[in-house]
Write a protein that binds this ligand. Structure first.
Ligand code: ATP
Length: 247
């Protein structure tokens, strides 16, 4: 249901050794939100996203998924990830499988769907990202932009409640960035709930419903794209966006 709270993060901190990478993070995500997380390199954006996908364990704090703490080591990570999916910078496709099998395996193994149903579903989402003609190809035969569109179709085929994107265009050649952003823009338009860590400021400004600015492991500012891009309040946000505007 639109507006229903999906994730609530409370007092989340993460240390790598003695290095505090996330400090007292509080924020929540509701159905229909398209949240872009922006900030300088090393500010902790990817680490936060990885905590939300149980790829990192917070040092302290809670991550509540519909009220249940997923940071306590007790949840079934594969089941959770079928509800809260993730798209990675480096695609993470199975290179020995063709495109169709990449988009079916999670559905048959984790969701226990029949092959027939999984294939139908995979085709639907491959169609959506414009990759249906490539079902028999192996990832190594495809461009970075095509691989990322398959990774997105694979994640969508699980029909997640929330999809996390960790710098999905950072590993792509410039001419392929647009094709992936276009797919993401379409998904946002269709109401998919997304959290996107990105350095694509124009995308954050134009597509998101909400922008979170991070610096040094802290959320400095959290608001609408208009708030953040036209009237930032925090000096670090101003400085960061000023640098971006100057190119
Ligand atoms: N596994 C790890 N072990 C030790 N330190 C790590 C690890 N992962 C990340 N870090 C450190 O945590 C800090 C935050 O990294 P993170 O990748 O979350 O930042 P980021 O904002 O996503 O940066 P970028 O925009 O460059 O991807 C950095 O100082 C990084 O070196």
């Amino acid at each position: 249901m639109k507006g229903e709270k999906i994730l609530e993060i409370r007092h989340l901190s993460k240390m790598f050794g003695k290095n505090p990478v996330l400090r007292d993070i509080d924020f929540s995500v509701s159905s229909g939100d398209v949240t872009c997380i922006i900030g300088a390199s090393g500010s902790g954006k990817s680490t936060l996203l990885r905590c939300l996908n149980i790829l990192e364990t917070p040092t302290t704090g809670e991550i509540l998924y519909h009220g249940e703490d997923i940071a306590d080591g007790k949840v079934n990570a594969a089941q959770y990830r079928s509800r809260v999916g993730m798209v990675f910078q480096s695609f993470n496709l199975f290179n020995n499988m063709n495109v169709l099998d990449n988009c079916m395996i999670g559905q048959t193994k984790v969701l226990k769907k029949s092959k027939e149903e999984a294939r139908k579903n995979a085709m639907y989402y491959l169609e959506k990202v414009g990759m249906a003609p490539y079902i028999n190809a192996k990832p190594k035969q495809l461009s970075g932009g095509q691989k990322q569109r398959i990774a997105i179709a694979r994640a969508l085929a699980m029909e997640p409640e929330l999809l996390l994107f960790d710098e999905p265009t950072s590993a792509l050649d410039p001419q392929m960035v647009g094709e992936v952003l276009e797919v993401m823009r379409k998904l946002a338009g269709e109401g998919l709930t997304m959290i996107i860590v990105t350095h694509e400021m124009a995308f954050a400004r134009d597509v998101s419903t909400r922008v979170v600015f991070m610096a040094d492991g802290v959320i400095c500012e959290d608001g609408t794209p208009k708030d953040i891009f036209e009237n930032p309040q925090n000096p670090q946000t101003k400085e960061f966006l000023g640098r971006f505007m100057r190119g």
